[in-house]
Design a protein around this ligand. Structure first.
Ligand code: 2F8
Ligand code: CA
Length: 132
């Protein structure tokens, strides 16, 4: 199978990588408008692929419904996670959306919770184009 035009294939997923900046909600809406959603990270390979892009990006993970209960945008609970040490910390009581960032201690990238209104780059994911 292949990805739709302009989507990048990695593993069994297709990704759209943005170089402009939007709030978490607007990022998610952009992904939905394109037939995808913010990326859900299911494997170390996917985590590393996104980290290697070298950007801080919004991912499809939030605890805005129930503080402290992190859920993926498809409603599934968080099982395997890649939080930076001491994250998520809900700094200032204002951090309900997850980003990937690279730090010196996390060269393969790890997650931080940040305020959802901050504009950041984002990554959409969608399934492959099915050939009949
Ligand atoms: O030290 C970790 C801390 O760093 C920043 O706050 C100083 C982050 N804030 C933003 O990205 C807005 C915190 O989320 C992070 O926990
Ligand atoms: Ca944080």
């Amino acid at each position: 199978s292949t990805c739709f035009q302009h989507w990048i294939k990695s593993g069994s997923g297709c990704y759209y990588i943005f170089t402009d900046y939007k709030t978490w909600t607007d990022s998610r809406q952009d992904c939905l408008d394109r037939g995808g959603d913010l990326v859900i990270i299911n494997s170390r390979e996917e985590q590393e692929f996104i980290t290697r892009l070298g950007y801080k990006v919004w991912i499809g993970l939030t605890d805005r419904d129930v503080e402290g209960t992190w859920r993926w945008v498809n409603g599934s609970p968080l099982t395997t996670s890649y939080w930076i040490n001491e994250e998520p910390n809900d700094a200032g009581g204002t951090e309900d959306c997850a980003e990937i960032r690279m730090t010196e201690s996390e060269p393969f990238g790890a997650w931080n919770d940040a305020p959802c209104q901050i504009p950041k780059r984002w990554i959409c994911e969608r399934t492959m184009h099915c050939r009949k």
